[in-house]
Design a binder for this molecule. Structure first.
Ligand code: SF4
Ligand code: SF4
Length: 271
């Protein structure tokens, strides 16, 4: 977790941690202002900083996702990320926003999930980008924010503010550490990832064919009422729990490939 200095930043960090956060950081959004306003609207351009907060997902929930074609596993994951963790994040963001306002500044708690642009598969802003700029990880080949300690098993929220905070982005490196790994690219059942590394200057479509993922999630939603997959969260070795890391059978890449080739066949047969 990046360090936060100054009385207001310290108060924000302490409040976020008390509400269940594991990651807290501050992103300087000035260099990406055009990107932020193009995605969410010009009204977001008044805020120089984003307080980025991350909550780690339950390993017990995520570790089951290689079986996400099971209705109960899919529904449990869907509920966990969109109701439980998103609710915790929204409450945390509102609490931090109120604290910033009490200190005399403006603060906008951006919703953790919706409102959501279904076509572009984007929210009001990119929480991943704010988390990346706050020094908490890199954008992986799975187009998710990947942390060193929990991989992509973290959900994020951002509080935009004009308070004069200090960016934590330089506090630690957040360079691409996917290196030679291509597990998420190889195992996505919809083959939605191209494997091209993150470059903020390029459109996300260069790295991620959203339509393919959307079609797969739509198929899952039709089958189970829960548009859940999460294999790109599950497979990333950076997020493997201590138990899985010590379990050679379940973590070996060839075992994962075997498990998930079966999932892809199910998808292709029913597409
Ligand atoms: S959610 Fe599933 S289908 Fe969508 S990109 Fe991730 S692994 Fe692929
Ligand atoms: S699975 Fe591998 S390539 Fe994909 S995000 Fe994780 S480290 Fe990067």
């Amino acid at each position: 977790m990046a360090s936060l200095d100054g009385p207001l930043q310290t108060e924000l960090r302490d409040q976020a941690l008390a509400l269940g956060a594991t990651y807290v950081g501050v992103a300087d959004l000035a260099p990406v202002r055009d990107f932020v306003t193009a995605q969410g609207g010009e009204f977001l351009g008044d805020y120089r900083f984003g307080v980025s907060v991350g909550i780690v997902l339950s390993d017990a929930v995520v570790d089951q996702l290689y079986q996400h074609v099971n209705r109960d596993i899919a529904r449990t994951y869907f509920h966990h990320i969109y109701t439980v963790v998103a609710g915790m994040l929204d409450r945390t963001a509102a609490t931090l926003a109120f604290a910033i306002e009490r200190a005399g500044y403006r603060a906008l708690p951006v919703p953790a999930s919706g409102p959501y642009n279904e076509e572009r598969m984007t929210g009001l802003i990119s929480h991943k980008l704010a988390a990346h700029l706050s020094g908490n990880g890199w954008i992986g080949r799975n187009c998710l924010l990947v942390t060193r300690e929990h991989g992509p098993r973290v959900r994020w929220v951002t509080v935009l503010t004009d308070a004069p905070l200090t960016s934590t982005g330089g506090a630690r490196s957040s360079g691409d550490e996917c290196k030679d790994c291509t597990l998420c690219v190889d195992l996505c059942p919809a083959q939605a990832f191209t494997g091209v590394p993150f470059n903020p200057a390029e459109d996300v479509e260069v790295r991620f064919h959203r339509g393919e993922c959307r079609a797969y999630l739509g198929q899952r939603g039709k089958a189970y009422g829960a548009s859940a997959c999460g294999l790109c969260v599950y497979v990333c070795p950076h997020g493997w729990s201590a138990k899985r890391k010590s379990d050679g059978q379940r973590t070996a890449p060839e075992v994962l490939r075997r498990q998930l080739t079966g999932v892809r066949r199910v998808f292709e047969a029913s597409a």
